[in-house]
Design a protein around this ligand. Structure first.
Ligand SMILES: Cc1cc2nc3c(=O)[nH]c(=O)nc-3n(C[C@H](O)[C@H](O)[C@H](O)COP(=O)(O)O)c2cc1C
Length: 192
């Protein structure tokens, strides 16, 4: 690898919460991670990323939302208690979970897709920085990720869209070598 940034980009991995050690990351470092998001570029300084940091007891209410969204009716015959409990406790495996949202601008010259791109860049900034600190993360987009129900859970009004969750923790092992299904050469055409 030629330089540190290229190495960080290649070695960042998706790290799942069930492989986190349970170590709690200091809030000061979470704040630093969020600062990196704010350096993402935007068209017209729209800065559409919005986040909610869940930590401590708040992870329990997030788990309750996830379990209830998945199985709203506990009285039904096919209610799966084990699945419910797993979702209920899932956020507790992480040190912090960041709810991701977007507040699109109202300028018709800047379409919403640009705002989604900017939020994704903000998340990647955080993800790379998390990796550089020796922590791990996963951007998770389950069924509720883009729902109004999740937006409401995060207490964002209707001018916002929800975009999933970033689970953060300390990985219990070194990141595996990544894989890509095909090389960049298959995704680029050079014209000259
Ligand atoms: C927008 C976005 C949403 C994702 N959602 C999920 C998800 O819901 N569940 C999951 O296991 N991984 C999710 N991932 C992570 C990908 O599965 C992962 O990035 C991919 O397998 C490549 O692995 P790497 O990140 O270790 O390079 C998501 C990634 C992105 C960028």
């Amino acid at each position: 690898m030629h330089n540190t940034l290229a190495q960080l980009i290649a070695e960042r991995r998706t790290v799942k919460p069930d492989t986190f050690t349970g170590e709690i990351i200091p809030d000061t470092q979470i704040k630093e991670i969020l600062e990196q998001a704010n350096w993402a570029p935007t068209h017209g300084y729209t800065e559409p990323w919005r986040f909610v940091v869940y930590h401590g007891e708040a992870l329990r209410s997030l788990g309750r939302f996830m379990a209830d969204y998945d199985q709203p009716n506990k009285e039904t015959e096919d209610f799966n208690e084990i699945r419910y409990k797993k979702l209920l406790e899932k956020p507790l495996l992480s040190s912090h979970v960041i709810g991701i949202a977007m507040k699109p601008n109202s300028n018709p010259k800047i379409p919403e897709i640009e705002e989604s791109c900017a939020v994704a860049m903000a998340v990647q900034n955080m993800w790379l920085y998390i990796h550089s600190l020796g922590y791990g993360a996963i951007w998770s987009t389950p069924g509720f990720a883009f729902s109004d129900a999740f937006r409401d859970f995060m207490h964002f009004d209707e001018s916002h869209k929800s975009m999933g969750l970033l689970y953060i923790g300390k990985p219990s092992k070194t990141n595996p070598v990544g894989r890509r299904l095909s090389s960049i050469d298959n995704k680029v055409r050079w014209e000259s």
